[in-house]
Design a protein around this ligand. Structure first.
Ligand code: NDP
Length: 316
């Protein structure tokens, strides 16, 4: 078992985490980052990001994360592989366990940037066909469905982005949208509606999935003006969830104050949690904006809050 000490531990390696890493490294806090199970976070599975300032032509998600990582490590951020499995918030410095009991990190301050995880509908068949047709990541798994029909659930920017990505690979893409409109930005809506391979099924919910060993289709119900649902089977080999994300806060429940949806609560205009010395940034603490650039901005604020805290409360 190994033990490390730091003035600032950053948990999570999305845009918030790396930005906090850049700032706290440059401030001399000698930060350590525990990068989590998906280094680089959600953007690692995103194709093109067109709205991150500074990239005139857009940038691929993995490329953006490589750039942020390289910038942070250049200033001395230490990155540890693994996941945080426990945190003792009862006293400072905080003791944080990584991967069971392999590693303990003792930290004067902690910045939580664990982001959010894909949500599922809750159908029993989602679990049954997970990896056998059901996926929450088109860029990871779309390749397996080349020239085959697939469906994407959701009407937000993620769903549109995934549908457009899949339309380049697959024979047909259904979008299953529960309302009578898409919530996505206008530019994404236009691209989807103009794509001949994409059929948008509005007012439609998925009832069940079926298939012998692998996914072969979905039973969907479309609301009609008569009030009676129109039930139909759509033959699909892939079923992609894009219905938003849930904050990754399981390990903090009961220790750090969360809101009713599980997001970490921050105090007023700061990134401080209810535990002195612990800060939160990015999607894990932001149910509203959830953008790469707003997460990065919040990571910067958390780093400045942590730096200020270290100055006031430690001998540093
Ligand atoms: P959103 O919350 O924006 O959209 C979720 C979609 O899933 C909505 O259409 C919602 O329907 C639907 N949905 C939720 N629960 C269910 C359910 N149980 N059954 C069926 N449908 C359901 O999430 P996104 O992941 O799309 O986006 C999150 C944020 O990230 C947004 O701010 C978005 O703009 C941003 N983003 C930006 C991108 C970019 O700029 N390149 C790319 C991707 C995301 P309903 O509308 O009925 O609630």
């Amino acid at each position: 078992m190994s033990e490390f000490k730091t003035k600032c531990l950053i948990i999570g390696s999305g845009p918030a985490g790396y930005t906090a890493g850049i700032y706290t490294s440059r401030a001399g806090l000698e930060p350590i980052m525990v990068e989590g199970s998906q280094p680089g976070g959600q953007l690692i599975t995103t194709t093109e990001i067109e709205n991150f300032p500074g990239y005139i032509e857009g940038v691929a998600g993995p490329r953006l994360m490589e750039d942020l990582r390289a910038q942070a490590t250049r200033y001395g951020l230490n990155i540890i592989s693994g996941e945080v499995t426990d945190i003792d918030v009862s006293k400072r410095p905080f003791a944080v366990t990584v991967n069971g009991s392999d590693t303990t990190i003792v930290a004067d301050t902690v910045i939580i940037c664990t982001g959010a995880k894909a949500r599922y509908l809750g159908l029993p068949e989602e679990e049954k066909y997970l990896g056998m047709g059901v996926s929450a990541c088109a860029t990871c798994d779309g390749f397996f469905f080349r020239n085959r029909p697939v469906a994407v659930v959701g009407g937000g920017d993620t769903a549109c982005e995934e549908a457009l990505y899949l339309a380049n690979l697959c024979s047909k893409v259904y979008m299953i949208v529960r309302k009578d409109y898409l919530r996505a930005s206008k530019v994404m809506q236009k691209r989807v509606m103009e794509n001949e391979k994409i059929s948008v099924l509005f007012n439609t919910n998925t009832k069940s999935l079926y298939g012998k060993d692998v996914l072969e289709g979905a039973k969907v119900a479309t609301k009609t003006p008569s009030g009676i649902d129109d039930i139909q089977d759509i033959a699909i080999d892939g079923f992609f969830l894009a219905i938003g994300h849930a904050p990754a806060t399981e390990v903090f429940a009961g220790k750090i104050e969360l809101d009713e949806a599980g997001y970490i609560k921050v105090q007023g205009n700061s990134t401080a949690t209810n535990v002195e010395g612990i800060f939160a940034a990015g999607d894990v603490a932001d149910p509203v904006y959830q953008q790469a650039i707003s997460a990065a901005g919040m990571g910067c604020r958390a780093a400045l809050d942590a730096e200020h805290f270290v100055m006031l409360h430690t001998d540093a």
